[in-house]
Design a protein around this ligand. Structure first.
Ligand code: GTP
Ligand code: MG
Length: 201
């Protein structure tokens, strides 16, 4: 397996802990995703969307949404006995983006959640991780009622590099989210080893 750091035959001493960010636009399901897999009660920083916030809080497509993340979500999942992920969900709204730099400190990788009805909302997150060379994957959160587009169409619309994995998921489903997290760890490991490869001179 790729993940372990333990040597064969020796019992694991301490699990490896990795920090993973969950990013994406407003209301794509970041808080839902962290809550679906966390084995501890997730820390949430939700505030109610109010009438006063209506001009700036664009709830198009998520009209039933009543709260928004203002700082972060935090959760934990043990992927294997020797591998624990700490999940940090970012706030989706632009006015809280000052949190992102703080949250991305020390992150191994990121999941950018996307909603095919509002793909453009995740451009900023993709751009953010590309600029900082933080490995990321795209998780398409398949909301009911949203048209399912072929993967290639979504990749093209997002202008994704071909080595960036794209996975379909349901942010409410534990097993689905687990697969997304395995993909991001795998991708971050591959990304890391590629970057460490010596450049031929
Ligand atoms: N049908 C469906 N609804 C979902 C899914 N994921 C999230 N929701 C709903 O969509 C709304 C938004 O979910 P959140 O998890 O709060 O989204 P968020 O990305 O954390 O939002 P912000 O923090 O405000 O940016 C909530 O009402 C969820 O119940 C999904 O996979 N399918
Ligand atoms: Mg949230």
């Amino acid at each position: 397996m790729i993940f372990g750091r333990t040597e064969r035959g020796k019992p694991p001493v301490e699990p490896v802990t990795l920090k993973i960010l969950v990013a994406g636009g407003f209301g794509v399901g970041k808080t839902t995703l962290v809550g679906a897999v966390s084995e501890i009660r997730p820390l949430r920083t939700e505030e109610h969307l109010t009438e006063a916030g209506r001009p700036v809080d664009d709830t198009t497509g998520v009209e039933r949404k009543s709260t928004t993340t203002v700082a972060m979500d935090f959760g934990r999942i043990t992927l294997r006995e020797d591998l624990v992920l700490y999940l940090f969900g970012t706030p989706g709204q632009e006015r809280f983006w000052f949190m992102w730099d703080e949250l991305s400190e020390g992150a191994l990788g990121a999941v950018v959640l996307a909603d095919t009805r509002r793909l453009e909302d995740c451009f900023a997150a993709i751009d953010y991780f590309e600029r900082r060379s933080i490995p990321f994957i795209v998780g398409v959160n398949c909301f009911e009622g949203a048209i399912r587009y072929p993967e290639d169409d979504v990749r093209r619309a997002l202008d994704l590099d071909e080595d960036v994995p794209l996975v379909l998921c349901d942010a409410r489903d534990k097993l689905s989210v687990r697969d997304v997290l395995i993909s991001v760890v795998q991708h971050a490991m591959d990304f890391g080893s590629e970057r460490r490869e010596p450049v031929a001179t």
